[in-house]
Write a protein that binds this ligand. Structure first.
Ligand code: AMP
Ligand code: GLY
Length: 427
């Protein structure tokens, strides 16, 4: 079997690592890949937005399965284009990827499907938005409708912050096209957790829960990032409650998308806020989260390509997931300054030593391999991911691995997993 993975992050390294374990896989390509994917696959210099280039490459190499990692190629219709060319591609069509690509579309689908979510208004002019804001008062959450690399959401605790957010979106045009439409939402309080489900258009099969850490500094301080670490399972959503939660936040979406004639296939990622009134959906992603993917794939014992093919063929009802009992936890090492500006090119050493620890994998993200060395080449550089008998042991093992790495001008959070341990009363 030949596989093409699209993307260049830690998620894509984890996908390549997991898919390479399948005995009949002869070749894996990653476009464009990173220093880590180069060690388990062949990197090909095609951008994730070059849909025609990706289709041509997949045809030329007679690829059997294409696995897009990030949202951009999905919203650009890579699944539709591959399908047209007769190539199996795991993920949602462009029509379904709109669940991530447009927050107003997602809100409308949720409302139609009866999925619990924050009340919201949708605005295309500042004047209308001002009327809503005056009526509701702070705190409010202001969201750019389109893709904004995780930066288009502003939690505004005061009226001043709400106005500054509206300035940014309508006046300063900070997010370009993405903020020509703006959502203003009710502020929800609670603990966040992610539920990712494999979907085949009709059936949703949930993976265990995971928790991301979006803020750059310890105790959720500082600006939001792509994700500074993740672990699974999250005690706030135990395995015993996964299917009941999928009934609330995933299956109704599948029913609604099928009713619209655009059945959802791929990963449906529900970002949840566990409020005192029950779970509410903050957002949908239409792909694996990064870094949630890294601990989740370390726990998935089933053959991943097999599940993906069942999703594409619409036969997921025949599948059950084999999940590792142990917990998994990943800590992201970033370049200093991220998510602002940061230096590049620092050499990284100790990856082999960290991976020599039992149950530890280092998934690389912003790296490149040059003359036998691994150099930092992005904001999120790598994610040290470890299995452990329980969350506390997985955490200890991941930080033990991280301590064996060295890179100048690096930073990381020291409290990944802390909320889960608190809930288990282990800290
Ligand atoms: P999103 O991209 O919509 O998940 O938003 C990014 C982050 O903003 C979430 O992970 C939450 O921490 C926060 N957030 C989004 N919507 C709300 C809301 N309605 N109330 C409180 N926080 C929110
Ligand atoms: N970790 C959150 C995301 O991938 O969007």
């Amino acid at each position: 079997m030949r596989i093409l993975i699209i993307g260049s992050g830690g998620r894509e390294h984890a996908l390549a690592w997991k898919l390479s374990k399948r005995p009949d896989v002869t070749e894996i390509f990653v476009a464009p890949g990173n220093g880590g994917t180069a060690s388990v696959a062949v990197n090909v210099p095609i951008k994730d937005s070059d849909i025609q280039g990706l289709v041509d490459f997949a045809k030329e190499k007679a690829v059997d399965l294409v696995v897009p990692g990030p949202e951009l190629p999905l919203t650009l219709g890579v699944v539709d284009a591959m399908q047209k060319a007769g190539i199996a591609c795991f993920g949602p069509s462009a029509a379904c990827a709109k669940l991530e690509g447009s927050k107003s579309f997602a809100k409308e689908v949720m409302q139609k499907a009866g999925v619990p979510t924050a009340a919201a208004g949708v605005f295309t002019s500042r004047a209308e938005a001002e009327v809503f804001v005056k009526e509701h008062g702070a705190p409010l959450v202001v969201k750019a409708d389109g893709l904004a690399a995780g930066k288009g959401v502003i939690v505004a605790m005061t009226m001043e912050e709400v106005r500054a957010a509206l300035d940014l979106m309508f006046e300063k045009n900070a997010f370009g096209e993405a903020s020509s439409t703006v959502l203003i939402e009710e502020f929800l309080e609670g603990e966040e957790v992610s539920l990712l489900s494999f979907c085949d258009g009709k059936t949703a099969l949930p993976l265990p829960s995971a928790q991301d850490h979006k803020a750059v500094f310890d105790n959720d301080k500082g600006p939001n990032t792509g994700g500074m670490g993740a672990y699974s399972p999250a005690p706030i959503l135990p395995d015993s409650e996964l299917s009941a939660m999928a009934d609330i936040v995933a299956r109704p979406i599948l029913t609604e998308m099928a009713r619209r004639g655009t059945p959802f296939k791929g990963i449906l990622y529900a970002g949840l806020m566990m409020t005192k009134d029950g779970p509410k959906v903050l957002e949908y992603n239409v792909r694996f989260g990064d870094p949630e993917c890294q601990p989740l794939l370390m726990r998935l014992k089933s053959d991943l390509a097999d599940i993906m093919l069942h999703c594409i063929e619409g036969t997921l009802d025949a599948v059950s997931l084999d999940i590792e009992e142990r917990s998994a936890l990943g800590v992201v090492l970033t370049a200093e300054g991220y998510p602002g500006s940061y230096p590049k090119g620092m050499p990284i050493s100790g990856i082999d030593r960290a991976e020599a620890l039992e149950g530890v994998q280092v998934f690389q993200a912003g790296t490149k391999a040059e003359d036998g060395h691994i150099l930092a080449n992005g904001g999120r550089v790598l994610c040290v991911t470890a299995l452990g008998e329980d969350l506390k042991k997985a955490q200890a093992r991941a930080y033990e691995g991280l301590a064996l790495l060295s890179m100048e001008h690096s930073q990381f959070r020291t409290d990944i997993g802390k909320k889960g341990l608190k809930r288990l009363q282990l800290v």
